[in-house]
Design a protein around this ligand. Structure first.
Ligand SMILES: Cc1ncc(COP(=O)(O)O)c(C=O)c1O
Length: 435
């Protein structure tokens, strides 16, 4: 039985009442323990987060905001939401924080509806160059309401030509410009983007969903220090919190943002999630977490350098954050889906990914994307990243060699046993106890 749950007795009951779900849970614990997680948007949350997600805060309806709710019995929920908001403001140097969005897409949609009118133009990064679906991809519902225009990065350097961004902005007259991405391994020039926004009279927002933890830990620049109107971040990626979203903004946008989240988009906030966000925001202020954030970047550097030395073609030629994107089509003659499956067989989980202006479709793209937050949360350092890079290179060079993949799977399993997943000590499955 795991040791992080709210009540071990509840897990015992689950085992008796629903063995199918219980078994899937046990198998997932083994999968997460015995494999290396390199999906850059995933992480191992703090053990305290599990406790709060499984707590009685799940039972409470708290529509509204602290001090102004539509239901009674809010003395404890007001405490946690006030703490979450105050800590978010302190950690990110923000004038206002809304911690109620249920997830990342919802948080971005809430911002659009707070600050824009239907038909207004939003300028964001092209999806294949690293941007995110929720920044206006035509397949999303938001594209039916707002008009989207895009800026791209330069190939192969990955640099953003700011004069080109300025020209698109002058031509398309956006009301909102977005800095933010889910697969761009480079830093933004936030000051330059703010200048362009000011020149064209647009609001400026950063979606730092991937980078939130690295900004909180002081390892990367904070867009709010450059006068941004709004910054959004998910809470479950580098921050190591529960799934969720946060909106941080200038005071002048506070009322519109709050109204847009509730009652504009959502009903009752998930108070167990908000309690877990609050405690996450305390934990990210520790020296241990600041060291973690720096190590995530050092690990990404070590990984990238080892891959480059082994002949891999890295999109943008390297990384300045936690992300690495490999063009597997040019480097190894295989599409990303083949690479993803072969690496999975070797115990390394990551995802296939499009590369800038990819000629291939999203389900058979030209590359793979991965990152270091989860492996670093297990305590792995640069030496382990070099070992993983060498295993990855062997897989990418021989993705159909099942005997090799099985041998490498054992190496990955042995590595994982040396670095247990935080908070996941299984006595039922013995996945970590055997270490
Ligand atoms: C930059 C960015 N914004 C928004 C999201 C959406 O988050 P969610 O999956 O919680 O809706 C993601 C998720 O990967 C992301 O990377």
């Amino acid at each position: 039985m795991t040791n992080f749950t709210y009540s071990a007795a509840a897990l015992d009951r689950l085992q008796n009442s629903d063995s199918e779900i219980f078994d899937a849970l046990m198998h997932e614990e083994v999968r997460q323990s015995e494999g290396v997680e390199l999906i850059p948007s995933e992480n191992y949350c703090f053990p305290e987060v599990y406790a709060l997600l499984g707590s009685v805060f799940n039972n409470k309806y708290s529509e509204g905001y602290p001090g102004r709710r539509y239901y009674g019995g809010q003395e404890n929920t007001d405490t946690i939401e006030n703490l979450a908001r105050d800590r978010a403001k302190a950690v990110f140097r923000a004038e206002h924080a809304n911690v109620q969005p249920l997830s990342g897409c919802a948080m971005n949609e809430a911002v659009y509806f707070a600050l824009l009118q239907p038909g207004d133009v939003i300028l964001g990064m092209d999806l294949s160059h690293g941007g995110h679906l929720s920044h206006g991809h035509p397949v999303t519902n938001m594209a039916k309401i707002f008009k989207y225009t895009r800026y791209k990065t330069e190939i192969p350097s990955g640099a953003i030509d700011l004069e080109k961004v300025r020209q698109v902005a002058l031509e398309t007259k956006p009301k909102l410009i977005i800095c933010g991405h889910s697969s761009y391994p480079r830093e933004y020039d936030y000051a330059a983007f703010k200048k362009i926004a000011d020149e064209v009279g647009a609001l400026i927002m950063a979606d730092v969903s991937h980078l939130g933890g690295l900004i909180a830990g002081g390892a990367l620049k904070n867009p709010l220090d450059y006068g941004f109107d709004v910054m959004t971040t998910t809470t479950h990626k580098s921050l190591r919190g529960p799934r969720g979203g946060m909106i941080l903004c200038k005071k002048q946008h506070a009322a519109a943002i709050d109204k847009s989240v509730f009652p504009g988009m959502q009903g009752g906030p998930h108070m167990h999630q908000i309690a877990a966000i609050a405690t996450t925001l305390k934990l990210v202020q520790t020296d241990a977490y600041k060291a973690y954030a720096k190590q995530v970047l050092a690990n990404a550097q070590a990984f990238a350098q080892a891959l480059l030395a082994g002949g891999a073609h890295l999109v943008t030629g390297g990384t300045e954050n936690h992300l690495i994107v490999i063009n597997t089509a040019t480097g190894f003659g295989i599409t990303g889906d083949i690479a993803e499956r072969a690496l999975d067989k070797a115990g390394i989980t990551l995802n296939k990914n499009v590369i800038p202006d990819d000629p291939n479709p999203p389900m058979k793209p030209s590359g793979i994307r991965f990152g270091t937050p989860a492996a670093t949360a297990r305590g792995m350092g640069e030496a382990e990243m070099k070992l993983l890079a060498s295993i990855m290179l062997q897989v990418l060079r021989a993705p159909a060699d099942d005997a090799l993949l099985s041998k490498l799977r054992e190496e990955v399993r042995a590595l994982c046993k040396r670095f247990p997943v935080p908070g996941l000590e299984c006595t039922k499955t013995k996945c970590c106890a055997a270490a």
